[in-house]
Write a protein that binds this ligand. Structure first.
Ligand code: PMP
Length: 359
């Protein structure tokens, strides 16, 4: 049975990317071996990692003054290494608390130093992003950290990104490559790969090179971004398979017309779901309209028992991964780049049928 995959991450990957990887599983680029068998120091792998980097650079128009790093430890390790590298001893950093992921970044940053929470949506159940002018930024912050798309709460940053005097750092794990934005607005962008870039086991970091020198002397070598930048992400053995999949994903994105074209498709997919949710009081969106995510669409039904039925019947119908995160409940459809409009249409049809039976 064909399934429709709405998993939050690891998530659906483009069919064309999987087929290409399948065709090259035993031998990549005339090397006689799989990408998983080749030295990360070989010329063949260098071409692959260069291809992944230049793909990201072209798609996101990343200026030369930014390094692109392929790291391990996921986005979660960046929660720890960002303050270690970029907040100098005795200094503070601003964090915007928009939900589960921003909170985790805050918790980690507090382990090693001072944090100013510049805004928090907690009192409003994380139902919206801050509006322009709401942030209480500290004058002496070393950087300002935001999460541009809260994967669990289903909210996304749509007002212009804040213009801050300290470098702006963004966790874009669940939205990178889904919409056009200007890299120059940021000091650093990072993302776990397992939603819109490739498989898990890899984090992509885009970091303005002038910030590389901030790391204190006593920081372990491995934990310094400068180490990985100096070695082209080959200081130690990277996740070669994941890097290869990122390269293929970038090639696929380019074949789809790039990020602007992808954004149009994503907006249409999201609109189909939100208009269904808004069409009747059977469904309820817990999120402010202006903050709705086009990647992670969350909604509620009248009662948890009905939500459970929805998820289990959807699964039987081939619609996978719709259960909301365990911390918040409800329904969540993650509709990353690789989730096709056909899959979203199938979900919309299922919702209409389900409402007819239970509404
Ligand atoms: N930030 C966001 C916005 C996420 O969605 C996730 C994972 N779902 C993470 C950080 C953590 O990523 P990882 O599991 O790669 O550490």
């Amino acid at each position: 049975m064909a399934i429709h995959n709405f998993n939050a991450g690891p998530a659906a990957m483009p069919r064309a990317v999987l087929e290409k990887a399948q065709s090259e599983l035993l031998e990549v680029a005339g090397s006689g071996m799989s990408v998983m068998e080749m030295s990360h120091r070989s010329k063949e792998f260098q071409n692959i990692i260069d291809g992944a980097e230049s793909g990201i650079r072209r798609l996101l128009k990343v200026p030369d003054k930014y390094a692109i790093l392929f790291l391990q430890g996921g986005a979660s390790l960046q929660f720890a290494t960002i303050p270690m590298n970029l907040r100098r001893p005795g200094c503070g950093a601003d964090y915007v608390d928009t939900g589960s992921w921003a909170s985790k970044a805050i918790k980690e940053a507090k382990v090693t130093g001072r944090v100013n929470v510049a805004w928090s949506g907690k009192g409003e159940n994380y139902s919206r992003m801050p509006k322009a002018g709401e942030l209480n930024l500290a004058a002496d912050a070393e950087y300002v950290h935001i999460c541009t798309n809260e994967t669990i709460g289903g909210i996304q940053w749509w007002t212009p990104f804040p213009k801050t005097s300290a470098p702006l750092i963004a966790d874009m794990s669940s939205e990178i490559m889904s919409r056009v934005f200007d890299v120059s607005d940021f000091g650093m962008i990072y993302a776990g790969a397992q939603k819109n870039l490739g498989p898990s086991g890899l984090a992509v970091v885009i970091l303005r090179k002038d910030l590389l020198g901030r790391a204190p002397e006593d920081l372990p070598v491995f934990l310094r971004y400068s180490t990985h930048a100096a070695e082209g992400s080959l200081y130690n053995t990277p996740n070669t398979w994941a890097v290869y999949m990122v390269k293929l994903t970038c090639e696929w994105l380019e074949s789809m017309g790039g990020i602007a074209a992808m954004q149009k498709i994503n907006e249409k997919k999201a609109a189909a779901l939100y208009s269904t949710i808004d069409s009747s009081s059977f469904w309820r969106s817990p999120v402010e309209k202006e903050s709705r995510s086009i990647m992670n669409v969350v909604w509620r039904l009248p009662g948890e028992a009905l939500e459970e039925q929805f998820v289990s019947q959807a699964k039987k119908a081939g619609l996978i991964g719709l259960k909301g995160h365990r911390s918040v409940g409800g329904i969540r459809a993650s509709i990353y780049n690789a989730v096709t409009p056909e899959s979203v249409n199938a979900l919309v049809s299922f919702m209409k049928e389900f409402e007819k039976r239970n509404g």
